[in-house]
Design a protein around this ligand. Structure first.
Ligand SMILES: CC(C)(COP(=O)(O)OP(=O)(O)OC[C@H]1O[C@@H](n2cnc3c(N)ncnc32)[C@H](O)[C@@H]1OP(=O)(O)O)[C@@H](O)C(=O)NCCC(=O)NCCS
Length: 333
């Protein structure tokens, strides 16, 4: 914190309170007190500006900083804003000294973690949702050697996380939430949940090829995922690959390559003729992908040009020609 600057208000000017609109104040108190360990500092009867009774409830983090006014939604507009006060982006930031302890506490309480823990220049961070559905950053110190705890930039912010061996295996039903979080983080553009996260869920219901949908995990934590679905060229069933996403803190460390190689091998072993994807040729050519038109296959959208690529497998024959069609959920993206 910089030295205090004398200002026009005659002293320190703390941000006192910010409002959080909630459906149920008792549930909200329980969340902030029991799960986040905030203090309940006020819970008093009060009145609205037009004289109706209400309850004035304030919780405050243990450091005594800015408090949260837990305001019961009043009227249609406020009801609609519950959980959407920040239009889908992270709106609140909680810094802790012991990140792992806080992480465990959230997990034990069943709090939804929408982006897994990762290391950034400013520290370790994960994104969780509060009782109303608003997104919070949980921030902790960077890992030893990753920069200073005062927030100065880390020397190598993109260095993949160190840890145990990387395991690649088929997706299981209990991976669904972690997989969604991986794609939400990998494709994050700063404007709400990216469509890739929802596409994965939609594909599981329509066109999914579970034998070719893989996760990469390290130390029991899912760090990457790819999904494959049933596409076709004319009447010939083929594989559509995507999305594929890797946790930001693990990108550039071979996770994507491990998934690609495992998935390509499995597709070849199970007699699939080809895999198609939309992506950057600079990445995918290393796995043998070529522009689809080189083997007589038209992209679903002609504007995709050489970004639409295919990898032919042992069962491929040149007669497989024509336009590629993805599984139906891609039509909605
Ligand atoms: C693309 C992605 C899956 C690759 O996985 P990864 O684990 O980061 O990649 P790997 O470690 O296996 O490979 C790293 C190499 O790929 C390159 N690479 C990574 N993403 C790339 C991209 N989008 N375009 C071109 N090259 C890329 C890196 O520069 C690096 O190149 P090098 O080996 O020459 O140094 C991952 O970076 C990711 O999730 N990105 C965000 C989401 C995304 O773009 N998904 C793909 C949409 S088609």
């Amino acid at each position: 914190m910089s030295d205090h600057r004398p200002g026009p208000y005659g002293g320190l000017v703390p941000l006192e309170l910010t409002s959080l609109i909630v459906d149920d104040q008792d549930e909200a108190i329980a969340f902030f007190v029991d799960v986040l360990d905030f203090d309940l500092v006020e819970d008093e009867p009060s009145t609205t500006t037009d004289g109706r009774p209400k309850r004035w409830v304030v919780v405050r983090p243990p450091d005594g900083g800015a408090g949260l006014l837990l305001a019961a939604a009043d009227g249609d507009r406020q009801v609609a804003a519950v959980g959407d006060q920040y239009a889908g982006r992270v709106g609140l930031f909680l810094r802790v000294d012991d990140f792992d302890a806080a992480h465990e506490r959230l997990t034990a309480a069943g709090v939804e973690i929408v982006r897994p823990a990762r290391d950034e220049p400013y520290g370790r961070v994960l994104v969780f949702t509060d009782i109303a559905g608003n997104r919070w950053d949980l921030l902790g110190p960077g890992q030893v050697g990753d920069g200073e705890e005062d927030g100065s930039p880390a020397a190598e912010p993109t260095t993949p996380a160190a840890g145990g061996p990387l395991l690649v295996r088929r997706e299981r039903p209990d991976d669904v939430a972690a997989v969604r979080a991986i794609h939400a983080a990998a494709f994050e553009r700063g404007d709400g949940e990216p469509p890739e996260a929802g596409l994965v869920d939609a594909l599981r219901l329509d066109g999914w090829l579970p034998a070719l949908s893989w996760v990469a995990e390290r130390d029991g934590v899912v760090v990457g995922h790819n999904i494959c679905s049933r596409g076709r060229v004319g009447d010939t069933p083929c594989v559509g690959l995507g999305p594929i996403g890797v946790a930001p803190g693990e990108q550039g460390g071979g996770v994507g390559s491990a998934l690609m190689l495992a998935m390509i091998g499995a597709a070849d072993a199970t007699g699939e003729p080809l895999i198609a994807l939309l992506g950057d040729p600079a990445y995918y050519r290393r796995f043998g992908f070529v522009a689809s038109t080189e083997v007589g296959i038209e992209p679903p959208d002609a504007r995709w040009g050489h970004y639409f690529q295919v990898r032919t497998l042992a069962a491929w024959v040149p007669a497989i020609r024509g336009r590629f069609h993805y599984a139906a959920p891609f039509d909605d993206v």
